[in-house]
Design a protein around this ligand. Sequence first.
Ligand SMILES: [Fe+2]
Ligand SMILES: [Fe+2]
Length: 299
Amino acid sequence: MLSREEYIRLSLEINLFFQRIMKEHLFFIETSLPPVEADKIAEARSLKESFEHLLSETVYYANGAISDEAIKANEFVTPQTLDAENISSRLTGASIDSMITRRELQLVSDPNFNYGERLERIVCDLNNRSINMVSEVIAFKKKLIDLSLKCRIFIALYVDLLEHITREAMYYREALKNLQNRKLPDKTLCDKLNFWNTIMGEHAQFIDGLLDPTEKELKDTAQAFAKKFHRLVKECMKPAEKQVLERSLDATEAIRDYKRAATIGSLACEIRSIFLPLLADHVLREANHYLRLLNKLSG
Ligand SMILES: [Fe+2]
Ligand SMILES: [Fe+2]
């Protein structure tokens, strides 16, 4: 059973991380559909804006309430997020509320914060609304997967990537439902590692597939990461879990550095690719989030 303080703090942290992740998935969908899909573009935009409203509220209530380690992990925003948003919005014509990002960069942790009953009720309501919104997003993503598999829409996102972002949304919803029951997910160490190691391996595959064929060195590194994370998933079994945890930490630090370099290179127009700088920054934040979890698990 989580205490009121834990419930409030963990809820705000998970929402800060995932509400941004959700709105960016919708931005990627919005900007990857052709003009003929005007209704789906509008649907993606409207869901994106709903998540921006939720995130804006979360940022307001999170100030002071969240932990210093969460802020320092660079999982909510990185030093590159604002530039990545500005460039990605300009290149696509799709809107991004960067005021939220500016406010997130100012977030602080207050060791004397008062986790009162009123805030508990506000957070409970915020979680419920997030569960409803993320359910809509999951349904939308599943619809796109279905249409894409039947070749009834064209979308410049791999089906594998659509499935990946659907799994992230389902993970977020499950985390919220557990919080609403005042508990943490009941998962084994290998369950936790396998979820995120699969995500990291898929990021490597997506980056490999979105880089220009001439970016040989970057593509080779991406392929090596994909293999490494795939092996970690295959080898995670109860007797070896501690060892897999240590190796996951090393591999995730390495892919974090690679993604950061890709984000900075993409912003400086030094990499040939068909991904937006915001996608590079997005997967960088997911690595940063996983690293905080790994450090907690091994601590
Ligand atoms: Fe994502
Ligand atoms: Fe991801």
